[in-house]
Design a protein around this ligand. Sequence first.
Ligand SMILES: *Cc1c(COP(=O)(O)O)cnc(C)c1O
Length: 377
Amino acid sequence: MIKGNDPILLTPGPLTTSLETKQAMLRDWGSWDVTFNRMTASICADLVEVIHGGATHVTVPLQGSGTFSVEAALSNLVPRDGKVLVPQNGAYCQRILKILKYLGRAHVALDLPEDRYPTAAMIEEAFAKDPAITHVAQVHCETGTGILNPLAEIGAACARHGKGLIVDAMSSFGAIDIDASAYPIDAVIAASGKCIEGPPGMGFVIARKAVLEKCQGNSHSLAMDLYDQWTYMQKTTQWRFTPPTHVVAAFHSALGQFKAEGGTPARGARYRKNCDTLIAGMQALGFRTFLTPEVQAPVIVTFHAPGDPNYNFKDFYERVKSRGYILYPGKLTQVETFRVGCIGAIDSNEMRNVVSAVAETLKEMNVTKIAPLRAAA
Ligand SMILES: *Cc1c(COP(=O)(O)O)cnc(C)c1O
């Protein structure tokens, strides 16, 4: 690696940001400053448009990583006597269940294998079995594997039965369309450091206004009280408590670049090309993907680790890193895998280059048996 050259992050957040986004952080802001607060207001208005929710939804930004906003959404939007159905096919669905346990909110998991998605029929069966369910908490793209869950279908099922829908769209927001005007969504949650390509540090909950208005007193936590954050911001135009000013400024810049690129369709198309280029290159080296193409979101790809005894992830990771690319460990318990992200300010050239870096690394490690020891059935 040339000294001073940052490695390319092929990870699902933090990710590689553009120079323009990084440059937006070279200035200090006062949190009471009118220009700064206009930036916040502009971000909130733009985010609502991403899900076609201008007429119905409002954005509440929140300091912290994405999980802070997931926790805030669940604790505010699910009343204390509510019950949440969690279709579960990966690590981030499990995190939602863990949050609900911490919050003391009743919940039930609909467990699926990590390479299968829930269908409307499964969701409706769960509703029929347990009428106490009031909400569904659905991860859109399950970043643990990269599987895309069928949001429109699940949204329609929730609408038919009058259940609230809370969507963890952390790794899909801005890349895969979410249409709050086509199916009712109580809340969409995402963060600055994912497909909008900002730095990490703030999350946001895009909530249905009519629902949020009824949420006063639901939250157990002051710092995570979305209702309070929202009402305070409406009154003062300011964040409650110190905002991550540099992150907000950079996210504002990143959102401008997102719109200039052509919004969700253009960004999704770039990531799709990244994903296709990556998979084709890796398959040519002999790698196999964990997911079938039909369920693969163009966000992050899980590959089976090579079965060769000379392979180990730590060594592989370091050697690919020395060539300028940061990979991501696998998150599956049953099979050994690693992940490669397709998102960030990168294009298919980076994908071709990382495939070359992987090929050179395998040669260097004397790894010749690329087929996995054990693949999923
Ligand atoms: C990134 C991500 C989160 C949030 O993770 P943090 O580490 O808290 O930022 C939540 N859900 C999904 C699906 C994600 O991809």
